[in-house]
Write a protein that binds this ligand. Sequence first.
Ligand code: NAD
Ligand code: AHE
Ligand code: ZN
Length: 387
Amino acid sequence: METRAAVAWAAGKPLTIETVRVEGPKPGEVLVEIMATGVCHTDAYTLSGADSEGKFPAILGHEGAGIVREIGAGVTSVKVGDHVIPLYTPECRNCKSCLSQRTNLCTAIRSTQGQGVMPDGTSRFHCSPVLGEPTGAAPVRSQASGDTVFHYMGCSTFANFTVLPEIAVAKVREDAPFDKICYIGCGVTTGIGAVINTAKVWPGANVVVFGLGGIGLNVIQGARMVGADKIVGVDINPSKREMAQRFGMTDFINPREVGNDKVVQAILDITGGGADFSFDCTGNTEVMRQALECCHRGWGESIIIGVAEAGKEISTRPFQLVTGRVWKGSAFGGARGRTDVPKIVDWYMQGKIEIDSLITHTMPLEEINHAFDLMHEGKSIRSVIVY
Ligand code: NAD
Ligand code: AHE
Ligand code: ZN
């Protein structure tokens, strides 16, 4: 069949809307009609060329929601018509990692996912590079052979129809609106999950959140849910303050106002000695250092959520760790997708978490480059594409 999709032909170039051929699902796979997708900073990161796993041409997007339209041989856990959220962190329930119950990082299909192909090593997407190149743009050298277009993070939700392994979809209730629950496919689960699953923030804890965007605001929402005491937000964009306060932020620090070298001391003062938990939601390695060093001596834990450019490294004095601070990371909020995502959809439908106000912009696929512009200009929290 054919589908409309936004294709990333090369790093740093705008996406173009193309008619892409999609092969039907092979055994163990499903064809999903994507109804809506969010645009996450990680899509922009890969499009920028800074992702060591970034391959072009590709169909980006990993924060979607849709309906199963066709199932491949042997698929048993979903059926045609089911409403699903694609999972860039699948849950096979059979690999060493899933069976360990110690991590959400299922390894069943991770290597092919990182190569932009399905588990059998091939892509289901094809589009003529000649016809597909942006009009007037310099010819781009494709990393793919022939007319192959790569998958992205195993999801490719910037295509109206995409193919996913059965283990990479979470079946969700049918009364939930696609244009809101798509955000649970990444940002909501990542932020709230990092608080609940990774950090296990306790009631009364002091929490510091660096970066008040689509992820950081969900960390704040999670911290409020579990009964945190102080929730300090740090962002260089003062316009993020108001929304963060509505979500539970108690104190705000703008490093450009207080001075970057005074941020850690300001946090120690506000929290009476340091954060019990801090979260980096910027992807900036200098900020990650501040996030560790603002933690309380003896027990403070810093959780890295932000994705840093290929080649970047974190550093601190080992003394920071010797004296009890802990550095951790969190992917997809430590959530096991097929188990946890349906529950988070329920929380939204029951009014336990807020999503609607975080979706500041909604637009058709044809305007997807505008969604990236709004993100880079700091004018949006989440933009959602509705097909
Ligand atoms: P976003 O663009 O919506 O928000 C980023 C925020 O950080 C902005 O408000 C920006 O003003 C602020 N910021 C930038 N530099 C800063 C600095 N030096 N100090 C303080 N604040 C600063 O992005 P997002 O969608 O919220 O994503 C945030 C990060 O999380 C990205 O790196 C993204 O790739 C990553 N991410 C990770 C996971 C995961 O599973 N680990 C999941 C989703 C996103
Ligand atoms: N290809 C990237 C990996 C970036 C990364 O860490 N991705 C997060 C999800 S970001 C969602 O917005 C993740 O889940 N990581 C675990 C994994 O297995 O990829 C790079 O930098 O190389
Ligand atoms: Zn994301």
